[in-house]
Write a protein that binds this ligand. Structure first.
Ligand code: NAD
Length: 242
């Protein structure tokens, strides 16, 4: 029977590439997006592959996510891998920061992975195995010069990853994170060449990361090849120092 993987924020960017990689590897995938339209568009781009379905439940609605994950387990037989990928960034100056802005970032980048991990871990514990993968960032090592909420949220994700790895290891649940560097998603693609070139020069490996680079790291960490790896924050950043 195919393994089952849930990917939050699977409608574009890193999440979409991850959905494609897991499908190619033979998984059944459930992708989450923020809106019905974007979920439908992603499923269309995947040619309505019967091995993928989509949902747009709010990731911070604990009751609804618990219900969803129970349905997924009943329909597909298991939840083998959860990838907490949905996230938002921000570069607001500290002087202009507000509690509302801070809460918005923390809600999607920290509370949502907590809610989804909690719901998945309950099922993974019952079935006797599972892998939870989080999406950190290079800014969790270096901070960033504006937009304080984002690096705070990614430091928090590192803490959640290491702590849950320690707590859930005894249930045969591994928990790891991937920490991407600058990755070529729509946002980066829209930047003018004169901004992109200096970025490339600052990356020792001399190219910007591709969503597929991050997807491959998720695939490895989800696989049995990584069966003794848990509590790791894997940088996939071409050795860039922010
Ligand atoms: P993206 O903006 O291209 O995609 C974000 C995804 O999150 C989308 O699928 C979107 O539907 C979902 N999303 C956004 N708001 C949501 C909400 N309120 N509720 C539910 N889902 C929502 O982003 P990306 O660049 O592919 O980033 C994916 C992850 O990688 C994020 O956690 C991000 O912090 C992290 N990351 C990205 C980079 C980069 O350079 N792109 C670098 C480091 C870390």
């Amino acid at each position: 029977m195919s393994k089952v993987c849930i990917v939050t924020g699977g409608t574009r960017g890193i999440g979409f590439a991850t959905v494609e990689a897991f499908l190619k590897d033979g998984y059944k995938v459930v992708l989450y997006g923020s809106r019905k339209e974007t979920v439908e568009k992603a499923l269309e781009e995947l040619n309505h592959n019967p091995d993928v379905s989509g949902r747009f439940t709010s990731l911070t609605d604990e009751e609804a996510i618990n219900r969803d994950f129970d349905e997924i387990k009943a329909e597909l037989g298991s939840i083998d891998v959860l990838i907490n990928n949905a996230g938002i960034s921000d570069s607001t100056k500290f002087a202009d920061y507000t509690v509302e802005k801070f809460e918005k970032i923390m809600n999607l980048n920290v509370i949502a992975p907590y809610v989804c991990s909690h719901a998945a871990a309950r099922i993974m514990q019952e079935q006797g195995h599972g892998v939870i993968l989080n999406t950190s960032s290079m800014v969790s090592k270096y901070g960033q010069p504006s937009g304080v909420g984002y690096p705070v949220s990614k430091y928090a994700i590192n803490g959640m990853t290491i702590s849950l790895a320690r707590e859930l290891g005894k249930f045969n649940i591994r928990v790891n994170a991937v920490a991407p560097g600058i990755t070529m998603t729509d946002m980066v693609r829209a930047l003018p060449d004169q901004m992109i070139q200096p970025m490339i020069q600052a990356i020792p490996i001399k190219r910007i990361g591709l969503p597929e680079d991050i997807a491959k790291a998720f695939l490895f960490l989800a696989s049995d090849e990584a069966s003794y790896i848990t509590g790791a924050i894997l940088p996939v950043d071409g050795a860039m120092i922010a």
